[in-house]
Write a protein that binds this ligand. Structure first.
Ligand code: SDX
Length: 424
Protein backbone atom coordinates (compact mmCIF):
# COMPACT_ATOMS: atom_id res chain seq x y z
CA UNK A 1 0.00 0.00 0.00
CA UNK A 2 1.53 3.34 -1.00
CA UNK A 3 0.14 6.85 -0.51
CA UNK A 4 -0.80 9.80 -2.74
CA UNK A 5 -0.01 13.30 -1.46
CA UNK A 6 -2.42 16.19 -1.98
CA UNK A 7 -1.31 19.77 -1.36
CA UNK A 8 -4.53 21.74 -0.69
CA UNK A 9 -5.01 25.07 1.03
CA UNK A 10 -1.30 25.08 1.93
CA UNK A 11 -1.73 21.79 3.75
CA UNK A 12 -0.41 18.36 2.73
CA UNK A 13 -2.66 15.30 2.95
CA UNK A 14 -1.84 11.61 2.47
CA UNK A 15 -4.35 9.27 0.88
CA UNK A 16 -3.81 5.50 0.61
CA UNK A 17 -3.30 3.97 -2.85
CA UNK A 18 -4.26 0.37 -3.60
CA UNK A 19 -3.99 -1.82 -6.70
CA UNK A 20 -6.41 -4.26 -8.33
CA UNK A 21 -5.50 -7.78 -9.48
CA UNK A 22 -4.82 -6.47 -13.02
CA UNK A 23 -2.65 -3.59 -11.84
CA UNK A 24 -5.27 -0.82 -11.86
CA UNK A 25 -4.43 1.83 -9.27
CA UNK A 26 -6.88 3.70 -7.04
CA UNK A 27 -6.47 6.60 -4.65
CA UNK A 28 -8.73 5.89 -1.67
CA UNK A 29 -10.69 9.12 -1.15
CA UNK A 30 -13.15 7.74 1.41
CA UNK A 31 -11.76 10.28 3.94
CA UNK A 32 -11.24 13.20 1.47
CA UNK A 33 -14.05 15.46 2.75
CA UNK A 34 -13.45 14.61 6.39
CA UNK A 35 -9.77 15.54 6.05
CA UNK A 36 -9.88 18.45 3.58
CA UNK A 37 -13.48 19.75 3.70
CA UNK A 38 -13.53 19.44 -0.10
CA UNK A 39 -15.23 16.84 -2.33
CA UNK A 40 -13.90 15.29 -5.55
CA UNK A 41 -15.82 16.64 -8.57
CA UNK A 42 -16.22 14.14 -11.41
CA UNK A 43 -19.48 14.54 -13.42
CA UNK A 44 -20.28 11.26 -15.20
CA UNK A 45 -17.92 9.45 -12.82
CA UNK A 46 -15.35 8.95 -15.61
CA UNK A 47 -12.50 8.97 -13.07
CA UNK A 48 -14.30 7.53 -10.05
CA UNK A 49 -14.31 3.92 -8.90
CA UNK A 50 -17.64 3.20 -7.19
CA UNK A 51 -16.68 -0.23 -5.90
CA UNK A 52 -14.25 -3.12 -5.99
CA UNK A 53 -15.49 -5.98 -8.16
CA UNK A 54 -14.21 -9.42 -9.18
CA UNK A 55 -16.71 -9.98 -11.99
CA UNK A 56 -15.45 -8.20 -15.13
CA UNK A 57 -12.14 -6.71 -16.19
CA UNK A 58 -11.93 -4.24 -19.08
CA UNK A 59 -8.71 -2.72 -20.46
CA UNK A 60 -10.11 0.03 -22.66
CA UNK A 61 -6.73 0.93 -24.17
CA UNK A 62 -6.01 -2.66 -25.21
CA UNK A 63 -9.56 -3.74 -26.11
CA UNK A 64 -9.57 -6.44 -23.42
CA UNK A 65 -12.76 -7.85 -21.85
CA UNK A 66 -12.72 -10.74 -19.32
CA UNK A 67 -15.68 -12.29 -17.49
CA UNK A 68 -14.34 -13.74 -14.21
CA UNK A 69 -10.89 -13.87 -15.86
CA UNK A 70 -12.00 -15.66 -19.03
CA UNK A 71 -11.37 -13.70 -22.30
CA UNK A 72 -14.60 -12.79 -24.08
CA UNK A 73 -13.20 -14.27 -27.32
CA UNK A 74 -12.92 -17.74 -25.70
CA UNK A 75 -16.35 -17.59 -24.10
CA UNK A 76 -17.92 -16.39 -27.37
CA UNK A 77 -16.24 -19.22 -29.24
CA UNK A 78 -16.64 -22.13 -26.79
CA UNK A 79 -19.33 -21.38 -24.19
CA UNK A 80 -23.10 -20.80 -24.22
CA UNK A 81 -25.30 -18.19 -22.56
CA UNK A 82 -26.61 -20.38 -19.71
CA UNK A 83 -23.05 -21.37 -18.76
CA UNK A 84 -21.96 -17.71 -18.88
CA UNK A 85 -24.92 -16.81 -16.62
CA UNK A 86 -23.69 -19.39 -14.10
CA UNK A 87 -20.07 -18.15 -14.39
CA UNK A 88 -20.98 -14.49 -13.86
CA UNK A 89 -23.34 -15.11 -10.94
CA UNK A 90 -21.36 -17.84 -9.15
CA UNK A 91 -17.78 -16.87 -10.07
CA UNK A 92 -16.64 -20.18 -11.54
CA UNK A 93 -17.44 -22.27 -14.61
CA UNK A 94 -19.95 -24.98 -13.62
CA UNK A 95 -19.19 -28.70 -13.53
CA UNK A 96 -21.45 -30.85 -15.71
CA UNK A 97 -23.71 -31.62 -12.72
CA UNK A 98 -23.82 -27.95 -11.66
CA UNK A 99 -24.71 -26.88 -15.20
CA UNK A 100 -27.39 -29.57 -15.54
CA UNK A 101 -28.95 -28.53 -12.22
CA UNK A 102 -28.82 -24.82 -13.16
CA UNK A 103 -30.37 -25.49 -16.57
CA UNK A 104 -33.08 -27.66 -14.96
CA UNK A 105 -33.96 -24.95 -12.44
CA UNK A 106 -34.11 -22.33 -15.20
CA UNK A 107 -36.35 -24.61 -17.29
CA UNK A 108 -38.88 -25.14 -14.51
CA UNK A 109 -39.29 -21.47 -13.57
CA UNK A 110 -40.10 -20.00 -16.98
CA UNK A 111 -43.84 -19.49 -16.43
CA UNK A 112 -45.12 -16.16 -15.12
CA UNK A 113 -48.20 -16.10 -12.87
CA UNK A 114 -51.30 -16.24 -15.08
CA UNK A 115 -52.51 -12.98 -13.51
CA UNK A 116 -49.43 -11.21 -14.91
CA UNK A 117 -50.76 -11.84 -18.41
CA UNK A 118 -53.49 -9.32 -17.63
CA UNK A 119 -50.83 -6.59 -17.33
CA UNK A 120 -50.21 -6.90 -21.06
CA UNK A 121 -53.87 -6.19 -21.85
CA UNK A 122 -53.46 -2.64 -20.53
CA UNK A 123 -50.69 -1.68 -22.97
CA UNK A 124 -51.46 -0.28 -26.42
CA UNK A 125 -49.92 -2.34 -29.27
CA UNK A 126 -47.62 0.62 -29.90
CA UNK A 127 -46.12 0.40 -26.37
CA UNK A 128 -42.32 0.14 -26.54
CA UNK A 129 -41.38 -3.32 -25.23
CA UNK A 130 -38.78 -1.75 -22.90
CA UNK A 131 -41.61 -0.01 -21.02
CA UNK A 132 -43.19 -3.42 -20.51
CA UNK A 133 -39.92 -5.09 -19.52
CA UNK A 134 -39.19 -2.47 -16.85
CA UNK A 135 -42.72 -2.60 -15.42
CA UNK A 136 -42.92 -6.39 -15.45
CA UNK A 137 -39.47 -6.81 -13.88
CA UNK A 138 -40.53 -4.68 -10.91
CA UNK A 139 -43.97 -6.33 -10.83
CA UNK A 140 -42.41 -9.75 -10.28
CA UNK A 141 -41.83 -8.48 -6.72
CA UNK A 142 -45.62 -8.49 -6.26
CA UNK A 143 -45.62 -12.26 -6.76
CA UNK A 144 -42.27 -13.28 -5.29
CA UNK A 145 -41.49 -11.72 -1.92
CA UNK A 146 -38.08 -10.22 -1.22
CA UNK A 147 -36.03 -13.02 0.33
CA UNK A 148 -32.94 -12.12 2.35
CA UNK A 149 -31.44 -15.59 2.98
CA UNK A 150 -28.88 -16.92 0.43
CA UNK A 151 -31.17 -19.75 -0.74
CA UNK A 152 -34.07 -17.31 -1.12
CA UNK A 153 -31.96 -14.83 -3.06
CA UNK A 154 -30.72 -17.62 -5.36
CA UNK A 155 -34.33 -18.77 -5.91
CA UNK A 156 -35.38 -15.25 -6.92
CA UNK A 157 -32.33 -15.04 -9.21
CA UNK A 158 -33.44 -18.25 -10.94
CA UNK A 159 -37.03 -16.96 -11.18
CA UNK A 160 -35.85 -13.68 -12.74
CA UNK A 161 -33.46 -15.30 -15.23
CA UNK A 162 -36.13 -17.81 -16.28
CA UNK A 163 -39.11 -15.47 -16.47
CA UNK A 164 -37.42 -12.45 -18.08
CA UNK A 165 -37.23 -14.17 -21.49
CA UNK A 166 -40.90 -15.21 -21.21
CA UNK A 167 -41.87 -11.61 -20.50
CA UNK A 168 -39.71 -10.42 -23.44
CA UNK A 169 -41.35 -12.89 -25.84
CA UNK A 170 -44.84 -12.03 -24.55
CA UNK A 171 -44.07 -8.31 -25.03
CA UNK A 172 -43.14 -9.02 -28.65
CA UNK A 173 -46.28 -11.10 -29.27
CA UNK A 174 -48.37 -8.31 -27.70
CA UNK A 175 -46.81 -5.75 -30.06
CA UNK A 176 -47.73 -7.80 -33.15
CA UNK A 177 -51.14 -8.93 -31.89
CA UNK A 178 -50.31 -12.62 -31.87
CA UNK A 179 -51.20 -15.07 -29.07
CA UNK A 180 -48.60 -15.75 -26.41
CA UNK A 181 -46.58 -18.93 -26.97
CA UNK A 182 -45.80 -20.67 -23.69
CA UNK A 183 -42.32 -21.87 -22.71
CA UNK A 184 -41.35 -25.43 -23.59
CA UNK A 185 -39.32 -27.60 -21.21
CA UNK A 186 -37.76 -29.66 -23.98
CA UNK A 187 -35.90 -26.69 -25.46
CA UNK A 188 -32.68 -24.96 -24.36
CA UNK A 189 -32.87 -21.46 -22.87
CA UNK A 190 -32.08 -19.75 -26.19
CA UNK A 191 -34.12 -22.10 -28.41
CA UNK A 192 -37.10 -21.77 -26.06
CA UNK A 193 -36.94 -17.97 -26.31
CA UNK A 194 -36.83 -18.12 -30.11
CA UNK A 195 -39.74 -20.57 -30.09
CA UNK A 196 -41.83 -18.26 -27.89
CA UNK A 197 -40.93 -15.38 -30.21
CA UNK A 198 -41.55 -16.90 -33.62
CA UNK A 199 -43.86 -19.91 -33.20
CA UNK A 200 -47.56 -19.51 -34.03
CA UNK A 201 -50.31 -21.92 -32.90
CA UNK A 202 -51.15 -22.96 -36.45
CA UNK A 203 -47.65 -24.18 -37.33
CA UNK A 204 -45.02 -26.52 -35.94
CA UNK A 205 -42.18 -23.97 -35.74
CA UNK A 206 -38.74 -25.57 -35.75
CA UNK A 207 -36.03 -23.43 -34.13
CA UNK A 208 -32.98 -23.30 -36.40
CA UNK A 209 -29.52 -24.03 -34.99
CA UNK A 210 -28.19 -20.99 -36.86
CA UNK A 211 -30.54 -18.64 -35.02
CA UNK A 212 -29.91 -20.40 -31.69
CA UNK A 213 -26.13 -20.10 -32.06
CA UNK A 214 -26.36 -16.48 -33.23
CA UNK A 215 -28.55 -15.54 -30.27
CA UNK A 216 -26.31 -17.38 -27.81
CA UNK A 217 -23.36 -15.37 -29.12
CA UNK A 218 -25.24 -12.07 -28.92
CA UNK A 219 -26.40 -12.78 -25.36
CA UNK A 220 -22.90 -13.79 -24.24
CA UNK A 221 -21.39 -10.60 -25.68
CA UNK A 222 -23.98 -8.43 -23.90
CA UNK A 223 -23.93 -10.34 -20.60
CA UNK A 224 -21.71 -8.07 -18.48
CA UNK A 225 -19.65 -4.91 -18.73
CA UNK A 226 -18.60 -3.77 -15.21
CA UNK A 227 -19.87 -0.38 -14.01
CA UNK A 228 -21.74 0.87 -17.11
CA UNK A 229 -24.71 3.20 -16.69
CA UNK A 230 -27.39 0.52 -16.21
CA UNK A 231 -25.27 -1.70 -13.95
CA UNK A 232 -24.33 1.29 -11.79
CA UNK A 233 -28.06 2.06 -11.61
CA UNK A 234 -28.79 -1.47 -10.40
CA UNK A 235 -26.11 -1.06 -7.74
CA UNK A 236 -27.38 2.42 -6.80
CA UNK A 237 -30.96 1.20 -6.32
CA UNK A 238 -29.85 -2.03 -4.63
CA UNK A 239 -27.67 -0.06 -2.19
CA UNK A 240 -30.89 1.18 -0.52
CA UNK A 241 -31.73 -2.52 0.11
CA UNK A 242 -34.45 -2.38 -2.56
CA UNK A 243 -35.30 -5.91 -3.68
CA UNK A 244 -33.71 -7.66 -6.66
CA UNK A 245 -36.70 -7.19 -8.99
CA UNK A 246 -36.96 -3.44 -8.27
CA UNK A 247 -33.21 -3.02 -8.77
CA UNK A 248 -33.27 -4.84 -12.11
CA UNK A 249 -36.30 -2.82 -13.24
CA UNK A 250 -34.21 0.33 -12.67
CA UNK A 251 -31.40 -1.17 -14.75
CA UNK A 252 -33.84 -1.83 -17.61
CA UNK A 253 -34.94 1.81 -17.65
CA UNK A 254 -31.33 3.09 -17.60
CA UNK A 255 -30.39 0.76 -20.47
CA UNK A 256 -33.27 2.13 -22.60
CA UNK A 257 -31.52 5.45 -23.22
CA UNK A 258 -30.19 5.99 -26.78
CA UNK A 259 -26.69 6.74 -25.47
CA UNK A 260 -26.61 3.32 -23.79
CA UNK A 261 -28.48 0.17 -24.72
CA UNK A 262 -30.97 2.07 -26.87
CA UNK A 263 -28.13 2.80 -29.29
CA UNK A 264 -28.55 -0.53 -31.13
CA UNK A 265 -32.03 0.57 -32.22
CA UNK A 266 -30.72 4.05 -33.13
CA UNK A 267 -27.90 2.55 -35.24
CA UNK A 268 -30.40 0.83 -37.51
CA UNK A 269 -32.57 3.95 -37.65
CA UNK A 270 -29.44 5.92 -38.62
CA UNK A 271 -28.35 3.42 -41.28
CA UNK A 272 -31.88 3.33 -42.71
CA UNK A 273 -31.93 7.15 -42.78
CA UNK A 274 -28.62 7.20 -44.68
CA UNK A 275 -29.91 4.59 -47.12
CA UNK A 276 -33.18 6.48 -47.68
CA UNK A 277 -31.11 9.61 -48.26
CA UNK A 278 -29.26 7.99 -51.13
CA UNK A 279 -26.43 6.47 -49.06
CA UNK A 280 -24.54 9.76 -48.69
CA UNK A 281 -22.16 8.70 -45.90
CA UNK A 282 -20.10 11.88 -46.09
CA UNK A 283 -23.09 14.07 -45.29
CA UNK A 284 -23.78 12.16 -42.08
CA UNK A 285 -20.13 11.97 -41.11
CA UNK A 286 -19.96 15.76 -41.41
CA UNK A 287 -23.12 16.09 -39.30
CA UNK A 288 -21.60 13.81 -36.65
CA UNK A 289 -18.55 16.08 -36.50
CA UNK A 290 -20.55 19.31 -36.48
CA UNK A 291 -20.76 20.68 -32.92
CA UNK A 292 -23.93 22.54 -33.88
CA UNK A 293 -25.64 19.34 -34.95
CA UNK A 294 -27.20 17.01 -32.35
CA UNK A 295 -26.51 14.10 -34.73
CA UNK A 296 -24.05 11.50 -33.49
CA UNK A 297 -22.68 8.44 -35.24
CA UNK A 298 -24.70 5.94 -33.22
CA UNK A 299 -22.82 2.76 -32.34
CA UNK A 300 -19.55 4.70 -32.27
CA UNK A 301 -17.51 5.79 -29.27
CA UNK A 302 -17.23 4.49 -25.73
CA UNK A 303 -16.41 5.86 -22.30
CA UNK A 304 -13.90 3.10 -21.61
CA UNK A 305 -12.79 1.58 -24.92
CA UNK A 306 -10.28 3.96 -26.49
CA UNK A 307 -9.30 1.25 -28.90
CA UNK A 308 -11.59 -1.28 -30.57
CA UNK A 309 -14.47 -2.79 -28.57
CA UNK A 310 -13.66 -6.54 -28.68
CA UNK A 311 -17.37 -7.31 -28.85
CA UNK A 312 -17.77 -5.17 -31.97
CA UNK A 313 -14.88 -6.99 -33.60
CA UNK A 314 -16.56 -10.36 -32.92
CA UNK A 315 -19.98 -9.08 -34.06
CA UNK A 316 -18.60 -7.63 -37.29
CA UNK A 317 -17.46 -11.13 -38.30
CA UNK A 318 -20.65 -12.72 -36.93
CA UNK A 319 -22.80 -10.38 -39.03
CA UNK A 320 -21.14 -11.79 -42.13
CA UNK A 321 -21.43 -15.41 -40.97
CA UNK A 322 -25.06 -15.24 -39.80
CA UNK A 323 -26.32 -13.39 -42.89
CA UNK A 324 -24.50 -15.88 -45.13
CA UNK A 325 -25.89 -18.86 -43.18
CA UNK A 326 -29.39 -17.39 -43.32
CA UNK A 327 -28.97 -16.49 -47.00
CA UNK A 328 -29.81 -12.87 -46.16
CA UNK A 329 -28.31 -9.77 -47.72
CA UNK A 330 -28.80 -6.40 -46.05
CA UNK A 331 -27.79 -3.12 -47.72
CA UNK A 332 -27.52 -1.57 -44.25
CA UNK A 333 -24.53 -3.84 -43.55
CA UNK A 334 -22.68 -2.35 -46.53
CA UNK A 335 -23.53 1.16 -45.30
CA UNK A 336 -22.28 0.23 -41.81
CA UNK A 337 -19.00 -1.06 -43.22
CA UNK A 338 -18.49 2.05 -45.35
CA UNK A 339 -19.21 4.31 -42.36
CA UNK A 340 -16.71 2.38 -40.24
CA UNK A 341 -14.08 2.58 -42.97
CA UNK A 342 -14.53 6.34 -43.40
CA UNK A 343 -14.63 7.02 -39.64
CA UNK A 344 -11.52 4.99 -38.86
CA UNK A 345 -9.59 7.15 -41.34
CA UNK A 346 -11.08 10.49 -40.30
CA UNK A 347 -9.03 12.68 -37.96
CA UNK A 348 -12.11 13.72 -35.93
CA UNK A 349 -12.80 10.12 -34.93
CA UNK A 350 -9.16 9.08 -34.74
CA UNK A 351 -8.23 12.01 -32.44
CA UNK A 352 -11.19 11.25 -30.16
CA UNK A 353 -10.48 7.50 -30.30
CA UNK A 354 -14.00 6.74 -31.47
CA UNK A 355 -14.43 3.15 -32.66
CA UNK A 356 -17.46 0.96 -33.31
CA UNK A 357 -18.95 -0.33 -30.06
CA UNK A 358 -21.09 -3.37 -29.30
CA UNK A 359 -24.19 -1.68 -30.71
CA UNK A 360 -22.81 -0.95 -34.16
CA UNK A 361 -23.24 -4.40 -35.71
CA UNK A 362 -25.63 -6.15 -33.32
CA UNK A 363 -28.74 -4.64 -34.92
CA UNK A 364 -27.77 -5.98 -38.34
CA UNK A 365 -27.83 -9.50 -36.91
CA UNK A 366 -31.07 -8.99 -34.99
CA UNK A 367 -32.68 -7.76 -38.25
CA UNK A 368 -31.45 -10.80 -40.14
CA UNK A 369 -32.94 -12.99 -37.39
CA UNK A 370 -36.34 -11.39 -37.99
CA UNK A 371 -36.48 -9.21 -34.87
CA UNK A 372 -38.16 -5.79 -35.17
CA UNK A 373 -36.04 -2.74 -34.28
CA UNK A 374 -38.03 -1.94 -31.15
CA UNK A 375 -37.02 -5.33 -29.71
CA UNK A 376 -33.27 -4.71 -30.07
CA UNK A 377 -32.79 -3.07 -26.67
CA UNK A 378 -34.93 -5.80 -25.10
CA UNK A 379 -32.38 -8.27 -26.48
CA UNK A 380 -29.62 -6.19 -24.89
CA UNK A 381 -31.49 -6.35 -21.56
CA UNK A 382 -31.96 -10.13 -21.92
CA UNK A 383 -28.22 -10.49 -22.39
CA UNK A 384 -27.26 -8.04 -19.62
CA UNK A 385 -29.54 -9.60 -17.02
CA UNK A 386 -26.94 -12.02 -15.58
CA UNK A 387 -24.42 -9.19 -15.33
CA UNK A 388 -26.88 -6.98 -13.48
CA UNK A 389 -27.74 -9.87 -11.15
CA UNK A 390 -24.08 -10.75 -10.51
CA UNK A 391 -23.24 -7.12 -9.70
CA UNK A 392 -26.32 -6.73 -7.47
CA UNK A 393 -25.40 -9.90 -5.55
CA UNK A 394 -21.75 -8.78 -5.19
CA UNK A 395 -22.89 -5.38 -3.94
CA UNK A 396 -25.25 -6.99 -1.42
CA UNK A 397 -22.45 -9.22 -0.08
CA UNK A 398 -19.77 -6.48 -0.04
CA UNK A 399 -19.07 -5.31 3.54
CA UNK A 400 -17.89 -1.97 2.07
CA UNK A 401 -21.31 -1.32 0.51
CA UNK A 402 -23.02 1.82 1.83
CA UNK A 403 -26.18 3.42 0.48
CA UNK A 404 -25.05 5.39 -2.58
CA UNK A 405 -25.34 9.09 -1.85
CA UNK A 406 -23.01 11.31 -3.96
CA UNK A 407 -22.25 14.91 -2.95
CA UNK A 408 -22.67 18.07 -5.11
CA UNK A 409 -21.32 21.58 -5.41
CA UNK A 410 -24.18 24.05 -4.88
CA UNK A 411 -24.26 26.93 -7.37
CA UNK A 412 -27.75 28.31 -6.70
CA UNK A 413 -29.02 31.45 -4.91
CA UNK A 414 -27.38 32.21 -1.56
CA UNK A 415 -29.67 32.69 1.48
CA UNK A 416 -32.43 35.26 0.98
CA UNK A 417 -35.71 36.20 2.76
CA UNK A 418 -39.15 35.08 1.56
CA UNK A 419 -41.04 37.85 -0.28
CA UNK A 420 -44.82 37.86 0.36
CA UNK A 421 -46.80 37.66 -2.91
CA UNK A 422 -48.04 41.27 -2.61
CA UNK A 423 -44.44 42.53 -2.58
CA UNK A 424 -43.13 40.61 -5.69
C1 SDX B 1 -23.08 1.05 -24.57
O1 SDX B 1 -20.33 1.85 -20.51
C2 SDX B 1 -20.52 0.77 -21.14
O2 SDX B 1 -19.83 -0.20 -20.96
C3 SDX B 1 -21.68 0.78 -22.12
C4 SDX B 1 -21.85 -0.47 -22.96
C5 SDX B 1 -22.19 -1.69 -22.13
O3 SDX B 1 -21.88 -2.81 -22.58
O4 SDX B 1 -22.85 -1.51 -21.10
O5 SDX B 1 -20.64 -0.72 -23.67
C6 SDX B 1 -22.98 -0.31 -23.98
O6 SDX B 1 -23.79 1.86 -24.06
C7 SDX B 1 -22.21 1.40 -25.75
C8 SDX B 1 -22.37 2.88 -26.21
C9 SDX B 1 -23.65 2.99 -27.06
N1 SDX B 1 -23.90 4.43 -27.36
C10 SDX B 1 -23.72 4.93 -28.60
O7 SDX B 1 -23.27 4.29 -29.55
C11 SDX B 1 -24.17 6.39 -28.75
C12 SDX B 1 -23.10 7.18 -29.52
N2 SDX B 1 -21.91 7.30 -28.66
C13 SDX B 1 -21.78 8.46 -27.86
O8 SDX B 1 -22.91 9.16 -27.51
C14 SDX B 1 -20.63 8.41 -26.86
O9 SDX B 1 -19.52 7.97 -27.53
C15 SDX B 1 -20.82 7.60 -25.58
C16 SDX B 1 -22.07 7.95 -24.88
C17 SDX B 1 -20.81 6.13 -25.89
C18 SDX B 1 -19.62 7.90 -24.67
O10 SDX B 1 -19.76 9.21 -24.30
P1 SDX B 1 -18.61 9.96 -23.43
O11 SDX B 1 -17.62 8.98 -22.91
O12 SDX B 1 -19.30 10.87 -22.48
O13 SDX B 1 -17.85 10.75 -24.53
P2 SDX B 1 -18.17 12.26 -24.91
O14 SDX B 1 -19.63 12.41 -25.18
O15 SDX B 1 -17.55 13.15 -23.90
O16 SDX B 1 -17.39 12.39 -26.32
C19 SDX B 1 -16.02 12.76 -26.37
C20 SDX B 1 -15.88 13.49 -27.69
C21 SDX B 1 -16.87 14.65 -27.84
O17 SDX B 1 -16.29 15.58 -28.74
P3 SDX B 1 -15.48 16.89 -28.11
O18 SDX B 1 -16.48 17.61 -27.20
O19 SDX B 1 -14.31 16.31 -27.36
O20 SDX B 1 -15.11 17.70 -29.32
O21 SDX B 1 -16.20 12.59 -28.78
C22 SDX B 1 -17.36 13.06 -29.45
C23 SDX B 1 -18.06 14.03 -28.52
O22 SDX B 1 -18.80 15.00 -29.28
N3 SDX B 1 -18.18 11.88 -29.72
C24 SDX B 1 -18.85 11.64 -30.83
C25 SDX B 1 -19.43 10.38 -30.66
N4 SDX B 1 -19.13 9.90 -29.46
C26 SDX B 1 -18.36 10.82 -28.87
N5 SDX B 1 -19.00 12.38 -31.97
C27 SDX B 1 -19.76 11.83 -32.94
N6 SDX B 1 -20.36 10.60 -32.87
C28 SDX B 1 -20.22 9.86 -31.74
N7 SDX B 1 -20.81 8.66 -31.67
Amino acid sequence: MTTAKLLFDNQEYDFPVFEGSEGEKAIDFTKLRAQTGAVAYDPGYGNTGSCKSSITFIDGEEGVLHYRGYPIEQLADQSNFVEVCYLLINGELPTQDELADFQHRLTYHTLIHEDMKKFFEGYPPSAHPMAIMAAMAVSLSAYYPDLEDPEGIDLNIIRLLAKFKTIAAFAYKKSIGQPFIYPRNDLSYTADFLHMMFAVPAEDYQVSDVLTRALDLLLILHAEHEQNCSTSTVRMVGSSRANLFASIGAGVTALWGPLHGGANQEVINMLQMIKDDGGDHRKYMDMAKDKNSPFRLMGFGHRVYKNFDPRARILKQAADDVLNELGVTDPLLDIARNLEEIALNDSYFVERKLYPNVDFYSGIIYRAMGLPTNMFTVMFALGRLPGWIAQWKEMRNDPETRINRPRQIYTGATERDYQPLAQR
